[in-house]
Design a protein around this ligand. Structure first.
Ligand SMILES: C[S@@+](CC[C@H](N)C(=O)[O-])C[C@H]1O[C@@H](n2cnc3c(N)ncnc32)[C@H](O)[C@@H]1O
Length: 548
């Protein structure tokens, strides 16, 4: 390679991928002191020479009044020179080009010098076509974001993700959030952008999610049956978590037959589904009925329950998306189902009923995510690792004296964290002791619940830590402050009034009543009674029908 002195007026600037090319003071001092140790690369064009690499050196030499400069002459065309110039300035050489300059250069290479994307990959501009397109996409970003990428405050990978958003307003908003984020991983950026897009695509009617039309005397708690959730408009609840009655004879479902239990679910579950918003989740915790045989006087038999929920929800476009097995880790010694090994006749072993299900249903459609709270509401990597398996080992509540079937707090905590955002409404439609509301509020959600058995009012008050003075006006009609005796008197009075009417109506239809149950609620009406009636000709008349 020969170095030749060329008259300086014959050396002219050509295409250069680097945009900010003002000579700098440091370079000037070096050249003054040592001369030009690194000759300028030029290519001949007509009677002059075009710089391939060395524009700043040329500028300094001109400033210093030089009449000639040392050059290396390369006999290449403009197209090849453009690439050479890039190579001299690329990361491998001097790390001179910022990502936006690289993108601009790639654009020139394609549009001005006719290189195809494939040519550029072959020349080493990227390892694949997509990366070339990504680099080009940076140029579609608003100028201020391009500046931040050029300066290095936003990295090119974040830039690629931002470019995918298309809308400049959103790109700016996303850039702000990315810059403010502590976690600058690619995944985090992707999540920010996905959330942002979801928040923008939020349907108008979902933006103003209506809360309940009124509050109960304990704020957020409605003491009536959740078969009627008139306090909420249809399609407005993002997350319902519920452990409905089990149909196994707990204290709050005494005397309820299997048929009545199913009738109860048929009445309530669709109402829950109607209240759920599009893209909202309904998480139902339940178990199969293990004492089905003993309740019905047959050999031991388990009644499966999951299908009941699926059949009731599918017509509402609410689909079963995931199943969690809740491993309750029961200590086997306290379980009456298990007889000691030594006492068990061979082949008669029974297994422990030590798990329940959580069916996670989702209503079709996409829910809009409120951007800021959605970004704040993510779960951690460790939580994700533990929860993803679908088998959740969570110990039951050790003492169940206030309510016989309380959730361990960890159970609603996981569901709330996974399927709602801060500020969301979370409803438990069979509230029991109030665990879901407690946890929801701790996680900055708006917790609401329905409980039809007033026995549990004190435990709810206790669990939610509501001071007496904060309880709203006590309402006698809802049984708000009635004692257990007063409540059963009131219920007894209604039953005494309504039963003869119900019996007479059945008789009029040629039916005989075998049994009657009712859904516990403060204000009973005739519709709350579930009548098990058969044609008059059937054997075994019930005492009740005879009395009527
Ligand atoms: C399995 S327990 C739920 C316990 C609750 N998860 C907790 O942590 O305490 C079911 C509770 O819901 C109530 N319940 C059942 N069905 C109901 C309904 N349709 N409406 C309102 N309350 C209901 C029962 O009275 C009972 O207290």
């Amino acid at each position: 390679m020969t170095i030749v002195e060329i008259e300086i007026h014959k050396v002219v600037e050509g295409y250069h991928p680097r945009k900010g090319l003002q000579g700098n003071e440091e370079l000037r001092k070096q050249i003054q002191k040592n001369g030009l140790t690194d000759p300028i690369r030029v290519r001949p064009e007509g009677d002059h020479f075009v710089v391939i690499d060395g524009i700043r050196r040329l500028q300094v030499a001109k400033d210093l009044g030089w009449t000639s400069v040392p050059c290396i002459v390369e006999k290449i065309d403009e197209r090849t020179a453009a690439h050479q110039s890039y190579l001299h300035n690329s990361e491998a050489c001097r790390r001179n080009l910022n990502p936006i300059e690289v993108s601009l250069h790639i654009k020139e290479m394609r549009e001005r010098f006719g290189y195809s994307v494939r040519d550029l990959v072959n020349l080493g501009y990227a390892t694949d076509d997509q990366t070339i397109y990504n680099k080009l996409a940076l140029l579609s970003l608003p100028e201020e974001i391009q500046k931040q990428i050029a300066e290095g405050t936003i990295n090119p990978t974040e830039g690629y993700r931002l470019a995918a958003v298309k809308d400049p307003g959103l790109q700016k908003k996303a850039a702000e959030i990315v810059l403010a984020s502590k976690d600058r991983s690619v995944r985090k950026t992707e999540k920010i952008i996905k959330t942002l897009i979801a928040s923008v695509n939020r349907p108008e009617d979902e933006k103003a999610v209506s809360g309940p039309s009124h509050e109960g005397d304990i704020p957020g708690v409605f003491f009536h049956d959740s078969g009627d959730m008139h306090e909420f408009e249809d399609g407005t609840i993002p997350l319902i978590i519920v452990s409905p009655s089990y149909g196994v004879g707990m204290e709050y479902e005494e005397g309820v037959s299997f048929e009545q239990h199913i009738a109860d679910l048929k009445r309530c579950v669709p109402e829950w589904g109607r209240k759920l918003m599009q893209g909202g989740h309904l998480c139902i915790n339940f178990g199969d009925i293990h004492n089905f045989g003993s309740k019905n006087g047959t050999e031991p038999e388990i009644q499966l329950m999951g299908q009941v929920f699926q059949d009731l929800l599918r017509p509402l476009n609410i689909r079963l998306r995931d199943i969690v097995i809740w491993d309750k880790g029961l200590p086997w010694t306290t379980n009456p189902q298990v007889i000691a090994y030594i006492d068990t006749p061979h082949t008669e072993y029974r297994l422990l009923n030590s798990f329940e299900y959580i069916y996670i249903f989702k209503k079709d459609g996409k829910r809009g995510l409120p951007l800021d709270s959605a970004l704040k509401s993510t779960i951690t990597k460790n939580e994700w690792k533990e929860w993803i398996s679908g088998i959740w080992k969570i110990r039951t509540v050790p003492s169940q004296k206030d309510h016989p079937a309380q959730f361990p707090e960890e159970l609603p905590r996981r569901l709330i964290k996974m399927f709602s955002c801060e500020g969301d409404i979370v409803v438990d439609t069979a509230l029991g002791s109030g665990t879901t509301i407690k946890v929801a509020r701790e996680l900055n959600r708006k917790g609401y619940g329905y409980e039809r058995d007033l026995r549990y009012k004190p435990v709810i008050i206790k669990k939610l830590g509501i001071p007496e003075e904060n309880l709203k006006q006590k309402d006698k009609k809802t049984g708000g402050d009635s004692t257990k005796e007063e409540r059963s008197d009131a219920v007894g009075q209604v039953i005494a009034e309504l039963l003869p009417q119900i019996a007479a109506e059945s008789k009029g239809r040629g039916e005989r009543i075998r049994g009657i149950s009712f859904n516990r609620k403060p204000r009973l009406t005739k519709e709350d009674f579930i009548v098990d009636a058969v044609p008059l000709a059937s054997p075994r008349p019930s005492a009740l029908a005879e009395a009527a």
